[in-house]
Design a protein around this ligand. Structure first.
Ligand code: ADP
Ligand code: ZN
Ligand code: ZN
Length: 829
């Protein structure tokens, strides 16, 4: 029986924490179970058991006791723990940070400090103003959370004052675990005790003749429960049970009749746990599609490739029917008794895909989404640990952390998507790569699907020889890929025929499509930090006070906002630099385009889709739904409209400013532009007639534009790979970005150069920087960045050790307190 446990706590601190198991808890827990442990003076945390052992800690170290065991069986399975460890080591972050990202909040309770008046205190009024306010606020005798208390009296922090008042004996504090997950309950109605004591049900019915309202209500009860006749007198929580709400909706329901039946113990109410998870209803299999020839061939090739490689890339043009192939693979997997994880990028979890999969898999499918309420995510997690887990999980990035008992297949849809990479906070992991690892740990297969593979993935499937490769080059039903027409905006502007954001050709095509009852999509690529306002005489643009980024304009709220910190500002009336009052509105935001649309497309019923209009899941779904059923016929949007949407009647897609995507200062700019623009183009003409794409650009002669027009992924790939080889970028190296942050720029600079001095001897010219990144300050934090190119000759383990050791030195440097340092491994910048 082990006496010590190492615990992972949800904190950004290195390593695990050792605790002692009190005798009464010995033998009761295993690795992966949750326990409650004290930390520091008075905090309690829920942690996960990482290891049980008998090694007493070093002399002089005080070890505290585990206070409570939360689970009798693990909520973290062995492969889950392995994945956490891999992420922590590969992405250079702490296990606790992985735990934070992996578990829904409801599974990792934290204690909260509650403050209340000491009832035994001698009533002595404190002299200080803050103290007086605190005492005043607590007068009613109720305990309050310290942060809420501070807020109520208008202070940011009151820890010091509270501590002093506690020392003076005026206040008491206690720590409570915040129970954030509660099972959902419902009031239900079932048969009362009468049915058990009375042997003959007929007697009950006979007695009810005299109270016809009660008799009717009881009949309604049995009718609504659909209880079989044979079971109608038996108290049974499965058959003769109904939600009170449903019964109350029946016309024969009245409160008095219901009370009567309860008093006679014919019916009784009780509270039951119910599920929050909504599951769709499957359609009969006959209504689902049979695979076409290309799809069947692909399916066989995928299966064959899995004989050799764990991972297979399915490279299929837009609308080739990849989803149908996934569906068939999932079917086979479930039939073999194994589980499937279907990963989608964050914003691509559309109603469309959910509906499509729901129709096939019905209640076999569970959905895991970051926008879902935490309680739903907790429930799904726990369901996956039962003997009846969902065989199929459709989920976003964090669903790689769910417990799978028998995982057979992971599908990573749109594998090239950058939203698979978590940016902030740590762990800065890529869910696609984590999925591949997870599958490897449990002997499952991975299928990466996309029309435009990431260059690294394509490389791995070809030269790299790591992945299998299967392609689908035709659209389903032999629909032609859309015709892409390039509009040279520079030329049109020179000839002065570009009077709106839309070229004459684009306007004509869109109007034509709308006239014929078709639909169109206008895609506007907005970079978060392109300015919208400029002074006509001195060129000044408004910037955020906390971040070094220009502000963008929001018509709806009539203010300027910062996309990085969310701060809003009034629109300046004059330039603060030169007092000019003529401030020019530059660049087009989707809002501005939307208003231009009204002038140019009289027949348009416009819907706008961007981050601002889709803050809630419902808003997003409504936009899609309205467009799908023709309520709107022109969809104006940002990147969001590129994500795997499948509409029947989209004839024309207009790309308003391809250049934004081409000019990003990043070695992946052209790859991204190719992916994004082909995805947008792929929304056109998915069924029936060939669709048209009008691509407006100022760089019509760029080779990349030609590659896009000809859908020549291979050509794009070869160009990019040659460049990356020449300049030492992935897949030929691995990149680790190193960030240093501090409120004070001097500290930031000193820390960064100190770090560089430590690392330079190990990495030489493979370490670039430190530099001030293009956004040098975010939320009042100054930033310096270094880039490390991990060339193949550098040993990965040693590199990691060197970086972590240097970070440790920096953290403990007495002159550099408060400096934040973190790594971004395989950044997608
Ligand atoms: P992709 O995922 O490759 O973009 P989809 O799977 O969305 O393509 O298929 C494109 C369209 O073609 C969808 O509307 C889908 O319903 C239809 N489709 C694909 N395969 C079949 C099939 N075998 N039978 C009938 N319709 C199909
Ligand atoms: Zn000015
Ligand atoms: Zn800001």
């Amino acid at each position: 029986m082990h006496r010590y446990v190492d615990i992972i706590l949800p904190l950004a601190l290195p390593g695990t924490f050792t605790y002692r198991l009190p005798e009464w808890l010995m033998g009761q827990i295993g690795v992966g179970c949750r326990v409650v442990v004290p930390l520091g003076k008075s905090k309690y945390y829920t942690g996960i058991v990482h290891r049980l052992h008998d090694t007493p800690p070093a002399e002089g170290i005080v070890v505290k006791d585990v206070c409570e065991v939360v689970d009798s069986t693990p909520i973290l399975l062995p492969q889950g723990l392995k994945l956490w460890e891999w992420i922590s080591s590969y992405y250079l972050c702490h296990l606790g940070e992985v735990m934070k990202a992996a578990l829904p909040s409801g599974l990792k309770l934290e204690s909260e400090t509650l403050v209340s008046l000491n009832p035994d205190a001698a009533a002595e009024a404190p002299a200080e103003e803050v103290a007086e306010k605190i005492v005043q606020q607590l007068k009613d005798g109720k305990a309050q959370r310290i942060d809420a208390l501070a807020k109520a009296i208008g202070y940011a922090r009151i820890d010091t004052q509270v501590r002093r008042l506690v020392e003076q004996g005026l206040l008491v504090v206690e720590e409570k675990m915040a129970r954030s997950f509660r099972p959902r309950t419902e009031t239900k109605v079932r048969l009362g005790k009468k049915w058990a004591s009375q042997t003959d049900a007929n007697e009950i019915w006979d007695a009810l003749r005299r109270t016809p309202k009660q008799e009717k209500l009881l009949q309604a009860f049995f009718y609504l429960t659909e209880c079989p006749l044979e079971l109608q007198g038996i108290r049974d929580d499965e058959y003769a049970v109904l939600s009170k709400k449903r019964l109350a909706q029946h016309p024969d329901f009245s409160a008095s009749a219901f009370d009567g039946l309860r008093r006679k113990e014919i019916l009784e109410v009780f509270t039951a746990e119910v599920s929050r998870l909504k599951t769709p209803k499957a359609l009969p299999q006959a209504l689902t599609h049979a695979l076409d020839e290309q799809q069947s061939a692909a399916l066989e090739q995928i299966e064959a490739s899995w004989q050799k490689h764990n991972v297979c890339l399915l490279h299929g043009v837009t609308s080739s029917g990849k989803t149908e192939v996934y569906i068939e693979l999932i079917r086979r997997e479930i039939a073999a008794g194994r589980q499937v994880l279907y990963l989608v990028p964050e914003i691509a979890l559309t109603t469309q895909l959910t509906t499509r999969l729901g129709r096939v898999f019905g209640d076999k499918m569970g959905i895991y989404h970051s926008k879902f309420p935490d309680a739903e995510r907790v429930e799904l997690w726990q369901r996956q640990l039962t003997s009846t887990p969902f065989p199929l999980i459709l989920g976003v990035r964090s669903s790689v952390f769910l417990p799978f008992q028998n995982l057979g297949l992971i599908i990573v849809d749109e594998e090239h998507e950058t939203s698979y990479k978590q940016q902030d906070p740590a762990p800065r992991y890529n869910a696609r790569d984590a999925a591949i690892l997870l599958a490897r740990f449990v002997g499952a297969r991975t299928l990466l699907g996309t029309a435009t593979p990431a260059v690294e993935t394509y490389y791995n499937a070809h030269e790299g020889g790591k992945y299998g490769y299967v392609s689908m080059t035709k659209r389903h039903g032999d629909v032609a890929l859309p015709e892409i027409i390039v509009e040279d905006v520079k030329e049109l502007k020179r000839k002065k025929i570009m009077k709106s954001p839309f070229s004459p050709r684009l306007a004509e095509e869109v109007n034509q499509a709308l006239d014929d009852g078709g639909q169109a999509i206008l895609f506007y690529n907005r970079r978060g930090y392109s300015p919208v306002m400029e002074c006509r005489s001195c060129g000044w643009t408004p910037h955020c006070n906390n971040c070094d980024v220009p502000l963008t304009f929001h018509q709806r709220i009539g203010k300027l906002t910062c996309h990085y910190c969310g701060a809003t500002y009034d629109i300046p009336r004059q330039c603060p630099q030169c007092e000019e009052t003529d401030l020019k509105d530059i660049g087009y935001g989707t809002e501005k385009i939307e208003s231009a649309v009204q002038g140019c497309f009289p027949k348009a019923k416009t819907a706008r889709m961007d981050l601002d209009t889709t803050r809630s899941r419902d808003a997003y779904e409504k936009i899609i739904h309205d467009f799908q059923c023709g309520q709107s016929n022109l969809l104006v949007g940002t990147q969001m409209v590129t994500k795997g949407l499948d509409f029947d009647r989209v004839r024309v897609v207009g790309i308003l400013n391809a250049d934004q995507a081409l000019n990003i200062p990043d070695f992946r700019a052209h790859e991204r532009a190719y992916q994004m623009l082909s995805q947008v183009a792929g929304r056109a003409g998915r069924r029936g007639k060939q669709g048209k794409v009008i691509l407006q650009t100022r760089q019509a002669n760029l080779p990349l534009i030609k590659q896009i027009v000809q859908s020549d992924y291979e050509a794009m790939y070869l160009t990019q790979v040659a460049e990356r080889k020449a300049f030492g970028y992935p897949p030929f190296t691995r990149i680790i970005n190193i960030y240093v942050k501090h409120r004070d720029e001097r500290f930031c600079v000193t820390a960064a150069s100190h770090l560089a001095t430590m690392l330079r001897p190990h990495f030489g010219t493979n370490l670039l920087g430190p530099d001030r990144p293009s956004i040098g300050r975010i939320q009042s934090q100054h930033i310096r960045k270094m880039m490390l190119k991990v060339v193949p000759s550098l040993p990965p383990q040693g590199t990691r050790r060197t970086l972590l050791a240097a970070a440790e030195v920096l953290k403990n440097h007495p002159a550099l307190k408060g400096v934040t340092l973190y790594f971004d491994v395989d950044p997608l910048g």
